[in-house]
Design a protein around this ligand. Structure first.
Ligand SMILES: Nc1ncnc2c1ncn2[C@@H]1O[C@H](COP(=O)(O)OP(=O)(O)OP(=O)(O)O)[C@@H](O)[C@H]1O
Ligand SMILES: [Mg+2]
Length: 454
């Protein structure tokens, strides 16, 4: 084996603890780059009657932040309650699920601190051991007031207890979503010591709860940006180092860039690289470019089908220029980009291809770009309201997949332009994370470590 000291089983198990592309994180040790957000959440949870809403794009790490924050807030030795929305869920089914878990939790050894053995509403009693399912409880709830009553019975005056309602945005009916606003308000009025942490995909709370909600005063909203550079690099470094092997720093930068700040890709690529290292013939001292390329190719194959489908609609069975155009749209850190800017990226990409193909002209580029908005082409792009010629990805996370494809085909996306441009800017709403933009040196053709030394 090329990583010594582990059987395959031991290696796989350890890898599963360090890297989890398919599962949210729930402990501080593995949650990188979110100390600012955790601090905001912690402070707001001290405030009586205040709850938290974490929102952001798909895959940025909302569930991980929510679960870790909930675990932190919880009284030691007890477990938070985790519920998740789905299109079929209603206010009642979610509350029913929360209550049923709260009753059930007391059956476990570690969690004996909550004294209530049963809850009661509208003359119906649900008792631990009585197999009270969430559906039974949901059926007994007739109003928001009933839900508040039940929650007051599972809350404890002495223990801190939190409830995560994940994927709130998937609850289809806005009327059902709105009931949570009323719930928080009434819980505050009755001083119920239970903290809710919601997560959802969305650009604003208005989108999720509807405008004019008085619950805004009860909610600390945390908008989650993409991961910054340090956190991206730290995920890779800490995983690789735990196996006692080295990591080429340029490779680490490259993973950070290819991921576009979406932790899913960082976990996936690093996991595949480490498996490749484990299976290599020769002993591995350091993760270098060969293992990176192998891991990247494996990660592309393993990327969730649902995620990569729009990309495939855009480029498969199409003239080859569509692949270059798709890569051009994913170039650079800005999430919102102009046609001009993307055309510049496109020309650089065609140059890097080195297959003798000429670049299409600007007019044709614009025509083809527009097609990427349409369903047959995966509706990869969306046009920004009121800004003709400006586009963003409909599903931001797909940018990372397009970047991985470009990289695997030997085209490094570094935000270069055919013409010189302003080189560095601090994080802002456009790029969606805090911290410096793509390392300058990479654009100017120097190696990344040269950039870092500056
Ligand atoms: N701060 C972080 N540090 C390290 N890994 C992270 C971090 N945040 C998330 N991850 C990892 O990234 C992946 C996606 O995270 P998570 O499921 O929390 O995102 P999400 O925003 O809830 O996604 P979705 O919108 O699909 O529900 C998970 O594998 C998780 O392990
Ligand atoms: Mg999630």
């Amino acid at each position: 084996m090329a990583i010594e000291g582990y059987t395959e089983d031991e290696f796989g198990t350890k890898l599963g603890i360090l890297l989890s592309p398919s599962r949210p994180i729930h402990d501080l040790e593995h949650l990188k780059g979110r100390s600012k957000e955790l601090d905001t959440i912690k402070k707001s949870l001290y405030a009586p009657g205040r709850h938290v809403f974490i929102y952001g794009d798909r895959g940025v790490g909302k569930s991980s932040l929510g679960q870790t924050a909930a675990t932190q807030y919880q009284t030691a030795g007890t477990l938070p309650i985790f519920a998740s929305g789905s299109p079929n869920d209603t206010f009642n089914t979610i509350v029913g699920n929360i209550i049923s878990q709260a009753i059930g939790q007391r059956r476990t050894e570690e969690v004996q601190r909550f004294e209530h053995q049963s809850v009661e509403v509208n003359g119906m009693k649900f008792t631990e051991g009585n197999a009270a399912t969430g559906i039974d409880i949901a059926a007994a709830i007739r109003s928001v007031g009933d839900a508040v009553e039940l929650l007051s019975q599972i809350a404890s005056p002495s223990d801190k207890r939190s409830v995560v309602v994940d994927e709130f945005d998937t609850i289809a009916d806005p009327i059902e979503r709105n009931k949570f606003a009323a719930l928080l308000k009434q819980m505050g009025d009755r001083s119920i010591k239970l903290k809710f942490i919601f997560t959802g995909i969305g650009r604003s709370l208005d989108e999720l709860l509807g405008a004019h909600q008085s619950a805004y005063r009860q909610l600390e909203t945390v908008e989650l940006p993409r991961l910054g550079w340090d956190a991206r690099r730290e995920i890779v470094r800490s995983a690789v180092e735990s196996f006692g092997i080295g990591l080429n720093d340029d490779v680490n930068w490259r993973i950070a860039m290819v991921s576009d700040g979406y932790p899913y890709y960082i976990h996936l690529v690093t996991e595949k690289i480490l498996w490749a290292a484990y299976s290599a013939d020769a002993r591995v001292e350091e993760i270098g470019w060969d293992l990176f390329n192998q891991g990247l190719a494996d990660a592309i194959v393993s990327t969730t089908a649902e995620l990569k489908r729009p990309y495939e609609s855009a480029v498969l069975h199409r003239p080859q220029e569509f692949e270059d155009i798709a890569w051009a749209t994913a170039d650079h850190d800005d999430l919102l980009r102009s046609t001009n800017d993307m055309y510049e990226s496109y020309k650089v990409i065609v140059g890097k291809r080195r297959d003798g193909r000429a670049a299409i002209d600007r007019a044709r580029f614009t025509t083809q770009l527009r097609k990427l908005k349409t369903l047959p082409y995966g509706a990869v792009l969306q046009q920004e309201d009121g800004r003709p010629g400006w586009y963003s990805y409909r599903e931001k996370m797909l940018r990372g997949f397009a970047r991985m494809q470009a990289q695997a085909n030997g085209v490094e996306l570094t935000g270069e332009r055919a013409a010189p441009r302003q080189q560095m800017h601090m994080g802002n709403v456009r790029i969606g994370y805090h911290g410096p933009s793509i390392p300058v040196g990479v654009r100017s053709g120097k190696t990344i470590s040269e950039w870092e030394e500056k």
